[in-house]
Design a protein around this ligand. Structure first.
Ligand code: PLP
Length: 392
C-alpha cells in the first residue's frame, strides 16, 4: 500500500515570529509518521515502541500513544519518564544496570533486557523474585549477531570488540531459565534489506534460541517512515518470522517517529572574513546539534546550497569558544547580515535529548507547530535558572 503523506512545509513558518534559537516540531508531520508506523503494526502484528533516547518530547506523549504500544528506555530516568508520561509498555535496556537502581528499573518496566551473560547472572535471582508480584514482567538478553551493516564505527554495535550484546560463541554460558526474549540492535538509518540480512544471520546462528523465547525485539535504526523504505517487505518478513518461531516481535525505532518533523531556527549574529566569508549564528553545533560533530554530517539548511553553488558562500559557526563549532559551509543567493534567520532541517531527533549549555549558551526554546493549521504553541523557554541548576 502506498502511503499518501501530507505535504508538510516548514517554508510556511514565520521565522521572525519565533524565539531564536528554537526547535520547532511539526505535530502534523509527527502524526503522519505515527500513522505509517501504526499501519506497519496492524499489518505485521509487530508492536512498535518509541525509543526515548532519540525523541523524548513528552508534551506529545498523548499523540504518540494514540498509535504506538509504549516506549523503550536506556536507564532509570527514561524508564521513569516513560511510566509517568506515556501510558503504555516500558522496555528497559542498558549496557549495564546500576545496582542501586535495579529494583526501580524492574518496578517501572514491563521488559528488562540484559546486555551480557554476567549481567543476567548477577541480577537473575533478584529479577525473578519480582515476577511473583508482577505477572507480566519479562526478561530478555541482547545478542550481538556480529553482522555489521553500518559504515560508521561510532554507530556500529557489531564492530570488533563491541561491548553490546552476547555473541553466539558466548551463548553457551547463559542460564536460559527465566529468560523469555531476545533483543538485537544493529542498524542505523537503514532501509529493509540490511534488516533482512541481519535476520538471516540471526536465524542461522541463534535458531535454537529463537525457538525457546516468547518475544524478539528487533531494536531501532529502521527508517520506516522514510519515503523509500520498503514497508511491504518489512511487513511480510515480520509476519513470517512471527509464524516460524511463534513469537511476538517488537521494533523500537526513535528516528522514524520524528523523522523530518523538526527544524532548528537560528539567527545570524555577526559576519566576518578570514580567507572566506564566515557567519556566526546563535545556534551551536556542539551545544544544540551535537551529531553534526559526532557523526559527523552537514545538516540541510533550507534555502541554502552546497558551498560555491550560489553566489555567496559562508562558513556557519556557533557562538561557543570551540574552534570546531562549525555547522558547515553553505551558499546563499544574497550576502548574509546580522538579524537574518534560517532553519536547519530534521532537528527533532537526537538534539533536545543530547544538547548542553557549554559556555553558558542557553538551550533553544521548544515550540510545537501544526503545519496544517499554522498554529504554534510555545512549550519551553530556557533561562539562566536552567543553566545554573545543573551546576554547583
Ligand atoms: C538499543 C536501541 N534501541 C533503539 C534505538 C533507536 O534507534 P533509532 O533512533 O536509530 O531508530 C537505539 C539507538 O541507538 C538503541 O541503541
Amino acid at each position: 500500500m502506498s502511503f499518501k503523506q501530507l505535504a508538510h512545509g516548514f517554508d510556511k513558518l514565520d521565522l521572525h515570529s519565533l524565539p531564536s534559537p528554537c526547535y520547532v516540531v511539526d505535530e502534523a508531520k509527527i502524526e503522519d509518521n505515527l500513522r505509517i508506523l501504526h499501519y506497519v503494526q496492524e499489518q505485521s502484528g509487530a508492536k512498535i515502541l518509541l525509543a526515548l533516547k532519540a525523541f523524548s518530547m513528552y508534551s506529545l506523549a498523548p499523540l504518540v500513544m494514540k498509535y504506538l504500544k509504549g516506549v523503550c528506555a536506556s536507564g532509570l530516568n527514561e524508564a521513569k519518564l516513560g511510566r509517568e508520561e506515556f501510558n503504555g509498555e516500558v522496555h528497559s535496556y542498558a549496557a549495564a544496570f546500576r545496582p542501586q537502581e535495579f529494583a526501580q528499573i524492574v518496578e517501572l518496566s514491563d521488559h528488562v533486557v540484559f546486555n551480557s551473560c554476567s549481567q543476567w547472572a548477577h541480577y537473575r535471582e533478584q529479577a525473578l523474585s519480582y515476577k511473583n508480584s508482577k505477572e507480566k514482567l519479562s526478561f530478555g538478553v541482547r545478542i550481538n549477531p556480529q553482522h555489521s551493516e553500518g559504515e560508521t564505527p561510532l554507530y556500529d554495535p557489531c564492530a570488533p570488540c563491541s561491548r553490546m550484546g552476547i555473541r553466539i560463541e558466548d551463548m553457551a554460558q547463559l542460564n536460559f531459565q527465566g529468560l523469555s526474549g531476545l533483543h538485537f540492535h544493529t542498524l542505523c538509518e537503514h532501509n529493509f534489506d540490511p534488516l533482512a540480512r541481519t535476520l538471516d544471520a540471526i536465524e542461522k546462528n541463534y535458531g535454537q534460541y529463537l525457538h525457546q523465547v516468547n518475544w524478539v525485539n528487533f531494536g531501532g535504526g529502521h527508517h520506516i517512515t522514510r519515503e523509500d523504505y520498503d514497508r511491504e517487505k518489512l511487513i511480510h518478513r515480520i509476519k513470517a518470522f512471527r509464524q516460524k518461531y511463534n513469537v511476538e516481535v517488537y521494533l523500537e525505532p526513535g528516528e522514524a517517529i520524528a523523522l523530518n518533523a523538526g527544524v532548528l531556527v537560528t539567527e545570524v549574529l555577526d559576519t566576518l572574513h578570514n580567507s572566506m566569508d564566515i557567519a556566526i549564528i546563535d545556534a551551536s553545533a556542539t551545544c544544540h546539534m551535537p551529531d553534526v560533530l559526532e557523526m559527523p554530517y552537514r545538516p540541510v539548511l533550507t534555502g541554502a546550497a552546497d558551498a560555491g553553488k550560489k553566489p555567496y558562500t559562508y562558513r556557519l559557526g556557533g557562538p561557543s569558544c570551540l574552534a570546531g563549532d562549525v555547522v558547515g559551509d553553505y551558499s546563499f543567493d544574497r550576502p548574509l547580515h546580522a538579524g537574518d534567520r534560517f532553519m536547519f532541517e530534521d532537528m527533532a531527533i537526537y538534539t533536545m535529548v543530547k544538547n548542553t549549555t557549554f559556555n553558558g549558551i542557553n538551550l533553544p526554546a521548544i515550540v510545537v507547530w501544526d503545519s496544517t493549521t499554522q498554529q504554534t504553541k510555545s512549550i519551553k523557554h530556557f533561562s539562566y535558572r536552567d543553566f545554573k541548576q545543573r551546576l554547583s
